[in-house]
Design a protein around this ligand. Sequence first.
Ligand code: CU
Length: 237
Amino acid sequence: MRMLIGASATVLGGVVAVGVVGTSLAHSAPPPRQLRASVQGVASTPEGSLPHAFLTLQTWPDSMAGPHGKDGGAQPGWVTYGPTTNLSVPAHSLVTVTIQQYDTGEKITNPYFAQVHGTVGNTMTVDGKTVNAVDPAHIGHTFTLHSLVTNQDPLFVSVPLPAVADDAPALANGYPKPHTVTFSFITKGPGNYVFQCEYPCGDGYYAKFGGPMSTQTYMEGTVTVTGTAATAAAAGE
Ligand SMILES: [Cu+2]
């Protein structure tokens, strides 16, 4: 969203068909290193006592931070997830995700994605406050995790990441103070899943769903649910 919004955005905003869950995923080489959720003890959950795994991610307004290298790699102007989009979490576990959201934003096309879905309690926290939705007029990105069409256990989690104010001052790292979003979800069996952003943040591309929105390692990535709760707990991960 750091790139300027063109006049076309106003025109497109009202007419763009949304709901790109299931979109084909473009690939960009090479694949980044994998970030494995770290298991720290057990948590009591609505589904009983489960291993508790933690992940921390960021959403950046450009690619100068994150997985693409200090120079931003091939597309330094593209928005991106970080520190990688290749994620691994244990099966049959409670996974708590923290996302530091550094980007500005605007109105989300599909207000469904301004709501929290699929987390424990269908809530998340934003800067410490528990909510089940955020203002659809100020969305930076979403974290939307879903299954592919396979016979593995279904998993769907979607949380909105509120926009940072346009006039928020930059800190020493060149970025504004982020919003911190946390949420937890419970994994089922092992499988291969994908996540992507459902806020059209691909400025300069068709319907703003191209470019970083349709390229893995930017606004799309993979989530591998691995092993069983027993092995994850035994390994102390
Ligand atoms: Cu996005």
